[in-house]
Design a protein around this ligand. Structure first.
Ligand code: FAD
Ligand code: NAP
Length: 558
């Protein structure tokens, strides 16, 4: 029975097909968007979600070791005082099961599940200029209409399975970390290959190494990983935080990255080497992102400043790896520290001291093809395994949006003439173009939560997600008050925002490194720096100023 039939049978009535808003995605973003529109504004809203449960990232990423890199006390919602007080975190960096449990709890607590349609993928969304409504079509061919189309599709939800020759000939078990089987994977007694050494692989490798008979890791780019120093949450500290939640959230909302981390007030080279070393060591001992996001600010801007911390990190990595050749392979020398997303690790480097772990450098000797029994490299290296794990990341930020045929203004008119309207992915062929990372000109009444050109992935994301959801809700509420039916970005405002995001990014070292921030992990993807690097607090203030200036940059119509 299809979910539509089931829904009809349960309610005994035709299910609604017209909504105030259709929201795509039931992760952190979609859940709060639904609660906000439905329970604060009284709008009819429907969430559509590919997965068969809530959680988004925390529904899909069930690989061994999957846990947050943001501390639990701020990797959560702030919008409900009851929720803040009633939920107790067990660990500093909660594992996937706990994160998903939290989001399931939120869905139950706020009675969200009744307005979510699971196992439903959105394939098309077109704006009709005559009716001023979006038509949304799902993979089962079902259609629904809505005044607002809100893509809460996630920035890291479209798995990247690289198109390596022979990929589909592999006869053993094959998994992508972002689509991990719900029943788990038994590695015991098996030979395992892992492709990738990003944040995901760095969490998974130490655990797979403990279980597998042999693990071969294929590394293209060595990473600078910082110790997480995870541990149980001290109940006393938890209570202190609960007593000061308002203070904590006020601070992180105004911070640069959405954490309780602040830059030094002077540059790295202004401190003598011993003082710099002392600070780096203190951050290293503390663990977490402090060494990256709570350090000297100029490590993001100048090579000289950055070299001091890059060198420090290289030393730290080398100290932990026994075999000098392996240590050298694990030491990044091709990009400055912090220009790729810095992973947190627990026993990652030590995993390479085990007899059953081999590291293969596939930058100097690239993977040539995947074979039925394993993998072959260009120089003739042959590797055999029973299980192949792709820890190869995501088509980030634009991928999940471009997976949907989103047609904006002119869509229906052109489609009626058999040519189809302008697709968002065509508009973005040279790179994403948005106003505030929230809207795109010619796509009226459409919003993206943590879309490209918003702080999103360069922040502790729930802080950004709450800001986006609340800003979108405020726009919709204000539209009602002024009797407007339609809102969209003005082209000039969009052009200026795009230019601003690029100017900010290019004042730093980040665009010089090939990263998924730049689209560099996906062949053919335009090389444009996608997230907004201007800071969470500054971005929030800018959005508030836009609203205070009568929504400058937006055009309303009725
Ligand atoms: P998601 O959680 O990605 O949810 C989007 C949902 O939309 C998905 O469930 C997806 O199935 C659905 N969807 C997409 N397209 C469609 C479609 N066409 N039709 C129907 N449904 C669709 N961020 C941090 O700040 N701190 C962390 O510690 C952290 N840890 C992370 C760990 C991992 C392993 C990963 C991959 C990411 C992590 N992130 C972290 C980023 C994380 O994605 C965000 O923190 C947050 O969970 C995003 O929530 P979201 O709702 O915006 O997107
Ligand atoms: P990723 O950072 O993009 O890493 C993918 C890895 O696969 C890289 O090492 C990459 O090498 C390699 N790779 C990709 N294609 C390859 C190919 N064809 N041949 C060989 N190697 C290939 O992906 P991820 O590790 O899944 O992390 C993505 C993001 O998700 C993170 O940056 C982070 O934002 C988020 N995340 C967060 C957490 C957390 O907070 N706890 C955990 C996991 C993920 P190159 O580097 O050379 O491209």
């Amino acid at each position: 029975m299809s979910s539509t039939q089931q829904n009809r049978q349960e309610t005994g009535a035709e299910p609604a097909t017209d909504f105030g808003a259709v929201i795509v995605g039931a992760g952190f973003s979609g859940l709060y968007m639904l609660h906000s529109l439905r329970d604060y504004l009284g709008l009819s809203a429907r969430v559509l979600e590919t997965g068969d449960g809530v959680g988004g990232t925390w529904y899909w990423n069930r690989y061994p070791g999957a846990r947050s890199d943001s501390p639990s006390y701020i990797y959560c919602y702030s919008f409900s005082e009851d929720l803040r007080q009633e939920w107790d975190w067990t660990e500093k960096y909660p594992e996937q099961r706990e994160m998903r449990g939290y989001l399931q709890h939120v869905a139950e607590q706020f009675d969200l599940n009744r307005d979510i349609r699971f196992s439903t993928q959105v394939v098309d969304a077109s704006y009709d200029e005559d009716t001023k409504r979006w038509t949304i079509r799902t993979d089962s061919g079902e259609e629904m209409t809505a005044q607002f189309f809100i893509a809460a599709v996630g920035a890291l939800s479209s798995a990247n399975l690289p198109d390596i020759a022979g990929r589909d000939t592999f006869a053993g078990e094959r998994y992508h970390t972002g689509q991990w089987p719900h029943e788990g994977v038994d590695f015991s007694g098996k030979r395992v290959g892992v492709i990738g050494t990003g944040a995901t692989a760095i969490q998974a490798i130490p655990l797979i190494a403990r279980e597998a008979e042999h693990l071969t890791v294929f590394q293209r780019t060595a990473n600078y990983a910082i110790p997480a120093r995870n541990g149980p949450v001290d109940p006393e500290v938890q209570q202190q935080r609960k007593a000061d939640y308002d203070g904590i959230w006020d601070r992180i909302r105004q911070s640069y990255f959405g954490f309780e981390l602040w830059f030094e007030d002077h540059g790295a080279l202004e401190d003598p080497p011993e003082e710099r070393e002392r600070k780096y060591q203190a951050h290293w001992d503390e663990g977490g992102f402090a060494l990256w996001l709570g350090n000297y600010m100029d490590i993001f801007f100048t090579r000289e400043a950055n070299d001091t911390v890059s060198e420090y990190m290289r030393r730290k990595i080398q100290e932990r790896v026994d075999d000098p050749e392996t240590a050298e392979k694990l030491t990044p020398r091709d990009h400055p520290f912090g220009t790729k997303r810095v992973p947190l690790e627990t026993n990652y480097y030590e995993a390479f001291n085990r007899d059953n772990v081999t590291l293969v450098d596939v930058k100097s000797d690239p993977i040539q093809e995947i074979t039925p029994t394993g993998l072959r490299t260009g120089d003739g290296g042959e590797y055999e395994f029973d299980v192949l794990v792709f820890a190869t990341g995501f088509d980030a930020m634009t991928g999940p949006l471009n997976n949907i045929n989103i047609r904006g203004r002119g869509g229906r008119l052109l489609r009626d003439r058999g040519r189809g309207g302008r697709l968002l992915r065509d508009k973005w062929a040279e790179g994403p173009a948005t106003y505030l990372g929230l809207t795109s000109a010619d796509f009226p009444n459409m919003f993206t939560i943590t879309g490209p050109q918003s702080p999103s992935v360069l922040s502790n994301m729930p802080v950004s997600i709450e800001q986006h959801v609340e800003f979108v809700s405020r726009i919709i509420s204000d539209m009602r008050e002024r009797g407007a039916e339609v809102i969209e970005a003005a082209q000039q405002a969009e052009d200026e925002w795009v230019a601003h995001t690029q100017e900010v990014a290019h004042s730093t070292l980040l665009p010089q490194t090939a990263t998924w921030y730049m689209g560099a992990n996906i062949p053919g993807k335009p090389r444009v720096f996608m997230p907004y690097l201007g800071g969470v607090g500054n971005y929030r203030q800018h959005c508030d100023q836009v609203a205070a200036n009568d929504y400058e940059g937006f055009v309303f119509s009725s």
